[in-house]
Write a protein that binds this ligand. Structure first.
Ligand code: ADE
Length: 234
């Protein structure tokens, strides 16, 4: 047991899928996994382990933001021998060719925060995903007829940014979309010799100002979940 996870040492599978919302973790466990059992619920951050096509897989909420996913990813990698974490989340589009519900595989993450400085105080660390996971997920998506977008995302420390057009500076650097967790996840995975990939569904667009409702988001995450699970299975 760790300060934030009440599971026993062998309770987690080698691969953990991480949505931000713990209730989504419950939904995934109940709808996609076989024989899923609750393994942790500290602070309501639900975690489950079951099987997908016979292979053990866990799913656990990460909470919102880099400090939150940083705590759970560290404890899973370090104390539960987890090898792979796949974030399954949402993002806001920064490019006009990204439509609502499109899927992004985050090849790398930039940040307006300071998470990387704790690991590299004298420079700027580029946080990258695991290439094999990216390659597998891309091909799984393509085979399903879903062509994922691949590129850089911004992991932001702030959701309600006080400077209205600041996002355009990231957009001009071809950053595809904004979310709040991937930079921390990738930095931790790289620092511990582990694997990570973020799969993101576009839930809103800074370009068109379109957004989806919570109910629509629930339904639209199916394709992303299937890609993540098939990637875990490969
Ligand atoms: N996740 C989904 N949409 C987002 C946005 N617009 N900003 C930050 N995180 C997000």
């Amino acid at each position: 047991m760790t300060p934030h996870i009440s599971a026993q040492p062998q309770d987690f599978a080698k691969t953990v899928l991480m949505p931000g919302d713990p209730r989504r973790a419950k939904f995934i466990a109940e709808n996609y996994l076989t024989d899923a059992r609750l393994v942790t619920d500290v602070r309501g951050m639900l975690g489950y382990t079951g099987t997908y096509k016979g292979k053990p897989v866990s799913v656990m909420g990460s909470g919102m933001g880099m400090p939150s996913i940083g705590i759970y990813a560290t404890e899973l990698f370090k104390f539960y021998d987890v090898e792979t974490i796949m974030r399954v989340g949402s993002c806001g589009a920064y490019q006009d060719d990204l439509k609502l519900y499109d899927i992004i595989l985050a090849q790398g993450a930039s940040t307006n925060g300071n998470f990387g400085a704790h690991f590299m105080p004298t420079g700027t660390f580029s946080a990258l995903c695991d290439f094999e996971l990216l390659y597998t997920a891309y091909n799984v998506g393509a085979k399903k007829g879903v062509k994922p977008h691949v590129g850089n995302v911004l992991s932001s420390d702030i959701f309600y940014h006080p400077i209205p057009d600041i996002w355009k500076s990231w957009s001009n650097l071809n950053v595809l979309a904004v979310e709040m967790e991937t930079y921390a996840l990738y930095t931790l995975a790289q620092s511990m010799g582990k694997k990570a990939l973020s799969l993101l569904t576009v839930s809103d667009s800074l370009v068109t100002m379109e957004e989806t409702s919570a109910k629509e988001r629930e339904a639209s995450f199916t394709a992303m979940m299937e890609i993540a699970l098939e990637t875990a299975y490969e």
